[in-house]
Design a protein. Sequence first.
Length: 139
Amino acid sequence: MRVNASGTVLARATSAGPNGELDHAVLLVPRSPTTTDTQPPTITIGTPADAASYPVGSVQAAAYTCSDNIAVATCAGAVPTGSPLPTDAPGPHSFTVAATDSSGLSATSTVSYQVTTQIADGLGLTGSFTSIPPDSRCR
């Protein structure tokens, strides 16, 4: 058996038949090409949606997936998928997911969202705001 420069396996077999004749066979088996992974994983974040607003204290479950053309090795967000997002403090927040594939290629994806405070005006109307800087004055 021999392997040539292109990776093809060459095998030769000889056997004697019942009348003493020799049978020869040559087997050529091409080696499968090696696949080089050049594509990092793909990350899809469903919740939080980019630029979404959520009321303070609301329960919003994180939802994200990671995929790859070969295989995903790791996929992790700020909280596990299905777990509640941080909504306890008003203001801007970001949510990042990182993934690595079986070839060691990595990717990250980040979305931003707002946590808003609900206010009532005494007339039964409600509204949202993110924050008012402490040094601002009404004019």
